[in-house]
Design a binder for this molecule. Structure first.
Ligand code: NOJ
Length: 453
């Protein structure tokens, strides 16, 4: 069992979660700045105003990444730092920041992986209807063009969207995330369709204005399943549950609703049938736009549910065993998912897979020796990566991005869901690489060899 020679070992973050400097150097407001001000939305009443202050501390962070031996860093651009009004005038200071960040990464031999959109829509665009506005794909194309023009000489890997499932599902169908619209499915379907068109436009623009041949993908989420056993009937049951049995209230969370149009050029028929009365009209032209060729299947994968085939031949969810482990943000610990999902994704979409996020929220405490001994995270990561390694023998897997480089602003959970390889004391901004960072360094140095014991 082994990973390919040039396997991309990385870590990931996102602009609003780590940058801070929310009101500096001309950055415009995003929907998250405004959402955090609403009463009761963020568990610890915090926001991303300062976060990990990476805006000012990126050099220190990159030093730490280099020490860990990271081959790649996935981060997102803040649209409103680059275009404070969402469209129109470019903020040179924003460009300068990302340019410096990219140069510093490259100087340390770390490949930059840029996500264009990790949920922080410029607030001015939200006031114009946000993703409900049919002009939104063109707004996004304008922004993508700027990213291509300024950064693609040095950045080869671009992701259009991070987890559209989440910002549409939690932002337009419930008010758990920004922009906090508890709207009807009809509107959320429209927003989702615009997001997919925006993805297609961005791919076109990145290809047209890219200063080198670019590698482009997106980084979706989803509700994942894995089979109870490797028996073909259980495997088929798990796939059926995930790709076909999309519950009525679950369309926004499905892999297929977002990835089928992108990779296969069509929406899943079963969902279209169920929702035919409230779906917007999809033209063939739209579908062709969405179906731009991209280079890999990115997927953020944290957990899944076990499925088996019942005596009646139908798939069912296998209940958890008593005492099954859950992380501090209530995510089940299911390492098998990193074996089965890459296989399912490759089989359905036929492109090399990149795990664009995976990791664990934990209670991390600084010990008396000043270190953070996060043994349970190491156990978590080890079991997940062993599964990924097994999958890498069967299907092409190009990389893995651990979420996250640093403890950071975990959206509605505030700062209470610590995911980092590096501990951040948010009172002082002091960084302490946790035991897991040292462990990950060995994983990278041995290209996963140390996982076999
Ligand atoms: C997915 C999201 O992309 C990221 O922003 C979030 O912090 C992690 N999952 C952990 O929940």
């Amino acid at each position: 069992m082994s990973f390919k020679k040039d396997f991309m070992w990385g870590a990931a973050t996102a602009s609003y979660q780590v940058e801070g400097a929310a009101k500096e150097d001309g950055r415009g407001l995003s929907v998250w700045d405004v959402f955090c001000e609403k009463q009761g939305k963020i568990k610890d009443k915090s926001n991303g105003d300062i976060a990990c202050d990476q805006y000012h501390r990126y050099e220190e962070d990159i030093e730490l990444m280099a020490k860990m031996g990271l081959k790649a860093y996935r981060f997102s651009l803040s649209w409103s730092r680059i275009l404070p009004e969402g469209t129109g005038k470019v903020n040179e200071k924003g460009i300068e920041y990302y340019s410096n960040l990219i140069d510093c990464l490259l100087a340390h031999g770390i490949e930059p992986f840029v996500t264009l959109y990790h949920w922080d829509l410029p607030y001015t665009l939200h006031k114009r209807g946000g993703w409900l506005n049919e002009e939104s794909p063109e707004w996004f194309a304008e922004y993508a063009k700027i990213a291509a023009e300024y950064f693609s000489d040095r950045v080869k890997y671009f992701f259009t969207f991070n987890e559209p499932q989440c910002f549409v599902g939690l932002g337009y169908l419930s008010d758990i995330h920004a922009p906090g619209i508890n709207g009807p499915d009809r509107d959320a379907f429209t927003a989702a369709h615009h997001v997919l068109k925006a993805h297609g436009r961005a791919v076109q623009v990145l290809r047209e204005y890219g200063k080198q041949p670019l590698k482009i993908g997106f980084a979706p989420a989803g509700k994942y399943t894995y089979p109870k056993t490797a028996a073909p009937k259980d495997v088929e049951a798990a796939k059926k549950m995930m790709f076909d049995n999309i519950a009525l209230e679950d369309w926004a969370w499905s892999v297929a609703w977002w990835s089928d149009p992108i990779f296969l050029g069509k929406y899943p028929e079963a969902v279209c049938e169920k929702y035919k009365d409230i779906l917007p009209a999809f033209t063939q032209e739209d579908m062709d736009l969405i179906h731009q060729p991209i280079d890999f299947v990115g997927q953020n994968i944290y957990d899944g549910r076990m499925v088996a085939c019942g005596d009646d031949g139908e798939p069912y969810f296998v209940p958890d065993y008593i005492g099954a482990p859950y992380t501090t943000i209530n995510s089940p610990v299911t390492p098998e998912i990193l074996y089965w999902m890459p296989k399912f994704l490759y089989e359905r979409y036929g492109k090399p897979v990149i795990i664009t996020e995976s990791g664990m929220a934990n209670v991390d405490i600084v010990s008396a020796d000043g270190q953070v001994h996060d043994g349970s995270r190491i156990a978590y990561l080890e079991s997940y990566l062993q599964n990924l390694c097994k999958a890498a023998d069967e299907v092409p897997i190009d990389g893995y991005f651990l979420w996250s480089l640093l403890d950071n602003f975990e959206w509605a959970h505030g700062y209470q869901g610590r995911f980092g390889l590096i501990y951040v004391d948010f009172r002082t901004q002091k960084r302490i690489p946790k035991d897991s960072a040292k462990w990950y360094q060995t994983v990278i140095a041995t290209n996963g060899g140390c996982l076999h014991r």
